[in-house]
Design a protein around this ligand. Structure first.
Ligand SMILES: Nc1ncnc2c1ncn2[C@@H]1O[C@H](COP(=O)(O)OP(=O)(O)OP(=O)(O)O)[C@@H](O)[C@H]1O
Ligand SMILES: [Mg+2]
Length: 171
């Protein structure tokens, strides 16, 4: 973890992962802080590690179901300490409203949302979200930049990065 940027209310933290397993562990570390109603928006190119992160997150919630990419179904749901809806908006049709067509408001009442290609979410869901951007650094290395601008996103960012530091995953 490095590079704490505090311009206005926006906070950002950079975490470097050297292996797919480390990306899973970093995702797993977020699980204890997650509550129903939380939105985690994952951004970054194909193969950046977004699904790997969700595998770890689901494991941290003690979800029994196997995490699969919801690319075709757009949304999968896993049970565990809390429900987790795993959304992938890569194939969302242009102009489609994910919030309505995927029932995201109802899902948020029951559990948390983790969304690949999350930047395609409407502002109402993005503004209070924890944002994580994945960058390909090399074949095995990924830079995760976590940021938040308001509310629960900022709380999650603080709680999670504290746990990531304690676990020893760092730049
Ligand atoms: N440090 C790393 N973290 C995560 N994945 C890594 C890392 N190094 C290599 N990889 C590999 O990169 C790929 C990441 O795939 P993954 O499905 O998680 O990407 P994605 O961001 O979900 O892509 P998509 O947008 O297609 O859904 C896997 O093949 C994984 O083994
Ligand atoms: Mg994926």
């Amino acid at each position: 973890v490095s590079g704490r940027d505090s311009s206005a209310a926006e906070q950002a933290v950079r975490i470097v992962s050297g292996t797919p397993e480390q990306t899973e562990r970093i995702g797993q570390t977020l699980a204890p802080s997650l509550q129903p109603g939380d939105v985690i928006a994952l951004s970054g190119p194909l193969g950046a590690g977004k699904t790997r992160f969700v595998i770890g997150l689901a494991r941290g919630l003690n979800a029994a179901a196997r995490v699969r990419s919801p690319s075709f179904t757009l949304v999968n749901e896993y049970g565990g300490r809390i429900k987790l809806a795993h959304v992938d908006l890569y194939r969302l049709e242009e102009g489609a409203n994910a919030q309505a067509s995927l029932g995201l408001d109802e899902r948020l009442e029951l559990g948390a949302l983790v969304v690949e290609w999350g930047e395609r979410l409407p502002h109402a869901l993005l503004d209070p979200a924890l944002h994580i951007t994945f960058d390909l650094v090399s074949e095995q290395s990924r830079a995760l930049t976590a940021s938040a601008g308001a509310g629960r996103g900022l709380e999650l960012l603080a709680a999670w990065t504290c746990l990531v530091r304690e676990s020893g995953d760092k730049a």
